[in-house]
Structure formats: structure tokens, C-alpha cells
Ligand binder design. Structure first.
Ligand code: TYM
Length: 327
């Protein structure tokens, strides 16, 4: 069975963009692959985090994974920081990655502008991500479009390492990018992706938002003055993003949605989008509430820790030998 690995950062509360763009792909793949799903908590500290809030976000993310439908019996669920080999392998990769490529990463360019006096980890973060993937000999890495560049870098790092040491040690992973409609825009500025760390929370639907907040945010979403429910990302990003959410959550095609709402006003459509989002999120929230403080969650993480430590230790011992760090 081929192997899949992917994860989300607990750098804030999880959004419906993460759900549609990433978590649902994981769920769709869980019967097809041997799956490793983790919480990229070490990635989260590349930008300043309040320790208490981070701790809470980490636990909530694990509970949300499961509440959304990631089955702990079919996936190995673990915390990145529970597996210290990620950082060890990352260091070896860091010493095998040209400095220049890191500054060219789009996400680094964006985030380094946003955070004054950013730390070195923000620059080297994609190498830790490469370690996350390469340790597990992953065949596929499902991610949203914004992470494609990082998976491609992981491939480049693997290829150049293999070449330098004349080995086939690292498997070359394939990014699997979610389709265009699963990239969800911010509700207030729909040309930007909906992001956990957005400053204006009115544009972001969090999975744990109350029903009233969800409705308020969707009714207040930026649209245009045309009154035409048509999917056109370039010219009508606001309404297109709402259509995308509706399409992803109902399974109706874009053409069917356009036909269904022909001649209708935006208010009617927004109300229906809000209904669909509420109906999706409320059952997830109910499952989440039962899980978040349970011992079951600790057991799942302990199991994930032990399983992945075993795999990662073997890979680490081998890489040490390849680079000459063994005794
Ligand atoms: P992160 O936490 O920024 O995002 C997690 C996943 O959600 C996708 N995503 C979106 N999809 C659709 N619409 C949106 N508005 C939206 N926002 C985010 C992202 O593309 C991603 O798939 N570096 C990664 C975490 C990571 C990782 C890894 C992933 C660390 N190591 C190894 C895969 C394999 C990150 O910051 O994702």
C-alpha cells in the first residue's frame, strides 16, 4: 500500500478553508493509502505564539481531525514535536540545502514582510517540512496549492541528497494538489486565501464558530454589484468563493449551482450557503466537544508517537551512516 503524509499547523484555529482544502482530502484518501496525519506544531513556532494558546490549539486540532472524520484506526495521528527525529533529520537536510532557494519561497516572502524581526526558523521551515515528508518514504503529500512549492522543494532536496551521496535513500514524493474550487478565499478580501492567522476574523469561518457567527460572516461576505451568481474567480472573486464553498459541501456542480440560482439575489444565495456550512459544522462541533478532553485523545497520540518514532529512528540511523555521523 502506498504511503501518504500530511499535516496542518496549529497556528490558530482551523478554518473552513483548511477543512475543504486539506482535511477532506485526507478523509478521501484514508482507505487508499497507509496514512500519517500529524499536527505541525514545530512549524507553528516559526512565528510568535502564546504558549498557552498554542497548547490549546494543538489539542483542538487533533480533536478536530477526528471529529471531521479522520479515523484513528485507519490513520497514524501524531504530534510533530513528539517525534524528535524530525528535527534531527531536518538538520542534516539543512546542511544539504542551498541557502539561496529558501529566500525564493513565496510563503517566506509574504510572511517575512508581515513579521518584523522574524526568526531564522521562518526561513528554514520548508526544510523541516521536507524532513516531515522524507522520513516516512511518503509516496503522496496532499496539500492545498499554497504548499505545492514546499513539497516541490522537498523533492529537490531528496533528489540532490540522493545524488550527492550516490544513494536512493530518499523516496521522491508527489504533491497532490486539491482542485481549484477547494482553495477558499477570505470572505472580506476574497482575492486572498482564507487564513487561520488573518487579522480580520470577519473574513474567516472557523470550524468552531457559533452558528450565529457563521451566519453573520457569510451574510457579510464581500460580493459585487452585478447581482449575477456566476463562477468567475478573476472578475467576481467574492461570489465565486461562496459558490466554491457551496459546491464543495453539497456536491452540486458549478453549472448546477449557477442554474439553480439564476436570477436570484445574493442574499438568498448567501442564506443557503450559510445553511449548508452550519449543517456541516454543527455535527463536527458536537463530536469535537466529546473528544477534546477525553483520554481517548491521549491514547491516540501516544500510539502515534510510538509508531512514528520506530519508523523515524530507523531512517535516522541510516542517514547518519550515509553522511558519516555514525560511530
Ligand atoms: P497550513 O497549516 O498553512 O495549511 C494546512 C493545509 O490547508 C491548506 N489550506 C487551504 N486550502 C484551501 N483554502 C484555504 N484558504 C487554505 N488555507 C490553507 C494548505 O494548503 C495545507 O494543505 N507547512 C504546512 C504544514 C506542513 C505539512 C508538512 C504539510 C508541515 N509539514 C508536511 C504536508 C506535509 C502548513 O503550514 O500548512
Amino acid at each position: 500500500m502506498k504511503r501518504m503524509i500530511t499535516g496542518l499547523q496549529p497556528s490558530g484555529r482551523i478554518t473552513i478553508g483548511n477543512y475543504i482544502g486539506a482535511i477532506r482530502q485526507m478523509i478521501n484518501n484514508q482507505d487508499l493509502y497507509e496514512s500519517f496525519i500529524f499536527v505541525a506544531d514545530m512549524h507553528a513556532i516559526t512565528i510568535p505564539q502564546d504558549p498557552e494558546a498554542l497548547k490549546k490549539n494543538i489539542r483542538e486540532l487533533v480533536a478536530l481531525y477526528i471529529a471531521c472524520g479522520i479515523d484513528p484506526n485507519k490513520n497514524v495521528i501524531f504530534l510533530q514535536s513528539d517525534n524528535y527525529y524530525h528535527a534531527n533529520v531536518s538538520w542534516i537536510l539543512e546542511c544539504n540545502t542551498p541557502f539561496g532557494v529558501l529566500g525564493r519561497m513565496t510563503q517566506f516572502k509574504d510572511k517575512s514582510k508581515k513579521h518584523q524581526n522574524f526568526m531564522a526558523g521562518l526561513l528554514t521551515y520548508p526544510i523541516l517540512m521536507a524532513a516531515d515528508i522524507l522520513i516516512y518514504d511518503a509516496d503522496i503529500v496532499p496539500v492545498g496549492k499554497d504548499q505545492k512549492q514546499h513539497v516541490e522543494l522537498a523533492r529537490d532536496i531528496a533528489e540532490s541528497f540522493n545524488k550527492r551521496y550516490n544513494t536512493e535513500f530518499f523516496k521522491i514524493p508527489e504533491p497532490v494538489i486539491s482542485k481549484e474550487t477547494s482553495k477558499i478565499g477570505d470572505l472580506i478580501d476574497p482575492t486572498k486565501k482564507m487564513s487561520k492567522s488573518a487579522e480580520n476574523k470577519k473574513g474567516v469561518i472557523f470550524l468552531l464558530d457559533s452558528e450565529a457567527d457563521i451566519r453573520k460572516k457569510i451574510m457579510g461576505a464581500t460580493t459585487d454589484s452585478e447581482m449575477n451568481i456566476k463562477y468567475d474567480v478573476e472578475n467576481k472573486p467574492g461570489i465565486s468563493s461562496l459558490i466554491a464553498i457551496y459546491h464543495e459541501l453539497t456536491g452540486l456542480s458549478i453549472a448546477e449551482i449557477e442554474e439553480k440560482y439564476k436570477g436570484q439575489n445574493y442574499g438568498t444565495f448567501k442564506k443557503d450557503v450559510a445553511d449548508v456550512v452550519v449543517n456541516t459544522l454543527i455535527p463536527i462541533q458536537e463530536r469535537f466537544n466529546k473528544l477534546v478532553n477525553s483520554k481517548e485523545l491521549d491514547d491516540i497520540l501516544e500510539n502515534g508517537k510510538n509508531k512514528t518514532l520506530e519508523i523515524a529512528k530507523a531512517k535516522y540511523e541510516q542517514i547518519k551512516k550515509i553522511v558519516g555521523l555514525d560511530r
